[in-house]
Design a protein around this ligand. Structure first.
Ligand SMILES: Nc1ncnc2c1ncn2[C@@H]1O[C@H](COP(=O)(O)OP(=O)(O)OP(=O)(O)O)[C@@H](O)[C@H]1O
Length: 514
């Protein structure tokens, strides 16, 4: 492939050594000219070889000029440990993403010393020009902080770890610290002037993310004239991106999308404009819309754990372990009928060995699955009307729909390890009534390498829609656990980014009680 032409090339001083520094539209590279003693850190993933560093322009956060070793910014990010020699009195500092191990990102600064003021200015201006061409980067963000989630550290996490990075990247923010549950949802639904923002940032856990998703999707449907109660109507995808800064108890949506629960990593993904579409399921009861779900919808064990754990919020994150143990000992089961429409037109299965990650080819293809005029969507409707529905009757300990892996640090594989983030399907996991010891075996497999579906009392299906009808309809929806990671907080087990996520309502399923 042809190399992009050089925009700039200069000999600049860095840590008292002379480097050849070059910039093209894609990369900034600096290479040491005198390498008597190689003392370059190998910690940067971006480096091509010792003494040569390479940073994609897309991962440069900012550049700032420094005159006479006094930077214009006096932030904590400044690392001006060495004084410029007299021959190189003009400096500029580049902040960029340093990729560490295990999906962790950090902001690193490198300061270059120039002999000539014009050269210094040229570098600053050319890098800024290149950054201004990156149109996916947000400039204005609406930030909601839940001061109540997780260990109640949301405000501190935002102020100490995230806000300085947003300010470094010249992102303007409008920050709302929520005052009560559903504050963010209602503000997004009714009041927020979304045209002013390039994205919404959620500082909190999965419950808070769910609030924001509900606010945004409901607003989008209302603005587009879509009736949420009608199961046959196609949902209109939500155009605005949502960033997650993990500050909850389990943060499984962040973990499953970014691969790590780390506020700095998530903030950096937001700054560089990364995005990952997510499936959104809608849940209905008797032709009435109940909820949206992007991660786990659980009935039975997981719903019971959530219901119980909400009453014990004062315990902090450990409440999930406590309630998990309690529900495990209670060993409730539920009788009813599960009917589902299998996703027969997709390539993968829930038993695959690969985990879905950003850039997954299956999700890229399926992202357009239910776009307007899609033939595939018509095929799905035809199947519904036909006889493709399958039925399971019996007594169940748990009925779960995982629209993503639902992985979290305590259960790194998650509830359904091969579930896709945006393929328009959900993995339906049915755990039939079994002995307590067998159920424990199933739960323990969420934390081990063993296949949690390879048990006679567990069934897993990749589906487009499903229905659950209990024998006792009254109890049905009181026990649904929606968009909540309690699944990852079982008595035995223990999730950027944020998740940089863009809700795309590509699949729908319904629960009906009759
Ligand atoms: N100011 C507030 N006071 C009380 N509750 C709030 C407030 N703001 C948001 N909430 C509610 O707090 C609930 C829990 O928040 P969040 O998801 O951030 O933390 P968590 O439950 O500890 O973490 P996780 O969902 O990852 O387990 C959410 O359902 C949200 O509706």
């Amino acid at each position: 492939m042809e190399k992009p032409p050089r925009l700039l090339s200069s000999h600049l001083l860095l840590k008292n050594r002379v480097y050849e520094v070059t910039l093209n539209r894609a990369l900034m590279v600096w290479k040491e000219l005198q390498t008597k003693k190689k003392r370059v850190s190998g910690s940067i993933h971006n480096s091509l070889k010792v003494g040569r560093y390479c940073v994609p322009v897309s991962e440069i956060l900012a550049v700032r000029e420094t005159v006479d070793s006094r930077t214009k910014d006096h932030g904590r990010w400044q690392k001006m440990s060495q004084k410029p020699t007299e021959a190189y009195p003009y400096t500029f500092t580049v902040s960029y993403v340093e990729r560490m191990r295990r999906h962790r990102w950090r902001c690193n600064d490198v300061t270059f010393y120039c002999a000539d003021y014009t050269v210094c200015q040229q570098w600053v201006q050319t890098i800024r020009d290149q950054l201004s061409t990156l149109t996916r980067r947000p400039k204005h963000l609406l930030v909601y902080i839940n001061p109540y989630g997780g260990k109640q550290q949301g405000k501190r996490i935002y102020e100490e770890k995230v806000a300085p990075l947003f300010s470094r990247a010249s992102i303007s923010t409008y920050v709302i610290v929520t005052e009560h549950a559903n504050h963010a949802r209602d503000h997004l639904k009714m009041d927020a002037d979304l045209k002013k923002y390039d994205g919404v940032v959620c500082i909190g856990g999965d419950g808070m993310f769910s609030e924001i998703v509900h606010g945004l999707i409901s607003r989008t449907q209302k603005d587009s004239g879509v009736d949420q109660n009608c199961t046959d109507e196609k949902l209109v995808p939500c155009g605005i991106r949502v960033g997650i800064i993990p500050a909850g108890s389990t943060d499984c949506i962040c973990y499953a999308t970014v691969g790590i629960n780390d506020p700095v990593t998530s903030a950096l993904h937001i700054i560089v404009g990364d995005s990952q579409p997510l499936d959104v399921c809608s849940v209905h009861h008797n032709n009435t819309f109940l909820k949206y779900s992007v991660s786990l919808l659980g009935y039975g064990f997981y719903g019971d754990v959530l219901t119980d754990s909400e009453r014990k919020r004062w315990m902090g994150p450990v409440r999930y372990d406590f309630s998990g143990l309690k529900m495990f000992l209670t060993h409730n089961y539920y009788e009813g009928t599960v009917s589902f429409l299998p996703a027969t037109d997709v390539s993968g299965t829930p038993r695959d060995k690969t985990m879905c990650r950003a850039g997954c080819s299956t999700c890229q293809h399926s992202g357009q699955l239910c776009s307007e005029d899609s033939q595939d969507c018509d095929d799905i409707s035809n199947s519904e009307n036909g006889s493709d529905w399958q039925i399971i009757r019996g007594k169940f300990l748990a009925i779960n729909a995982a629209s993503m892996s639902c992985a979290c640090p305590r259960s790194p594989k998650g509830l359904s390890p091969a579930a896709h983030l945006a393929d328009g399907t959900t993995d339906l996991i049915v755990v039939r009534k079994c002995s307590r010891i067998n159920f424990l075996r199933h739960l323990l497999r969420h934390t081990s390498k063993d296949d949690q579906f390879d048990l006679s009392f567990v069934e897993v299906h990749r589906v487009r829609k499903f229905r659950f009808t209990t024998r006792n309809c009254d109890r049905l929806f009181g026990r649904i656990c929606n968009d909540h990671p309690c699944s990852c907080n079982l008595s035995t087990a223990t999730g950027t980014a944020m998740a940089r996520s863009c809700p795309t309502p590509t699949s729908k399923w319904e629960c009906t009680a009759s």
